[in-house]
Design a protein around this ligand. Sequence first.
Ligand SMILES: C[S@@+](CC[C@H](N)C(=O)[O-])C[C@H]1O[C@@H](n2cnc3c(N)ncnc32)[C@H](O)[C@@H]1O
Length: 251
Amino acid sequence: MRFQLTSRGQTGAISNKYPSAVGGLRAWEGAGPLLVDESMALQAARDLFANGPWILRNLQIGRLKICPFEELISYVPVGASVLDVGCGRALFLSLLAALRRNIHGVGVDISEGAVRAAEMTVELVREKHGSSAIQIYCANHESLPEGSFQIVSMIDVIHHVPVQEQQQFFAAVVRHLAPGGLLLYKDMVSMPFWRVLANRLHDLLVSHEAIHEVPLSTVLLWAKSQALQCIQFGFVNRYWYGHEIAIFRKC
Ligand SMILES: C[S@@+](CC[C@H](N)C(=O)[O-])C[C@H]1O[C@@H](n2cnc3c(N)ncnc32)[C@H](O)[C@@H]1O
């Protein structure tokens, strides 16, 4: 099913579909706002990072302005166990702690620098949102922590993985998804060309890496071969950045 996401520049048609999207996960009772929008996510980040180091605060808020995390947050129920692969500075997990409650989050990143920043973020989460527990590990997809999770997220990671390892990366991540759980996939678009170019330039400047975006059609095929059912997908543009999002349920 194709849908239109609510972010800036799109006409929204989200209605009430998220509760059914999370199906058996339930736990919506007592939740924060069911649907989270960009301004709510920004406010949560401003509150959370208000007393944090200046550089961390600005990096996190800057990231939130260009990346539509709110489209993913709305799929996560209160109390969910969440594995965020390629968690970076743990922005997604910290927003979940702020906008959902009692999150059991595990963040994994291959970069030691990212893990150090994520640990700073987790300190701030502990002070403000102590009901959630987040652990951070320095690891890659071949050494993910044991266990299966209700929610597994993969946000802007696969384009950093070498092309010949991307499908294997996807399969390794899916193995940690519990039956009935949701995979939240977000990456950069593979068309139109000018948005692809903008994304590539961004990564060259920011992470000094040449990236390899995967067409969403390829991801959908990989997902099918892993017994994942695509329950939603869509596209969001922020400034010159083009994002594609797909939500899968493990059968
Ligand atoms: C663009 S950042 C996104 C970070 C975070 N998901 C976010 O949205 O803010 C991509 C992250 O993926 C990490 N990464 C790349 N390849 C990885 C791998 N094979 N396993 C785990 N992390 C990886 C990088 O170190 C980087 O922190």
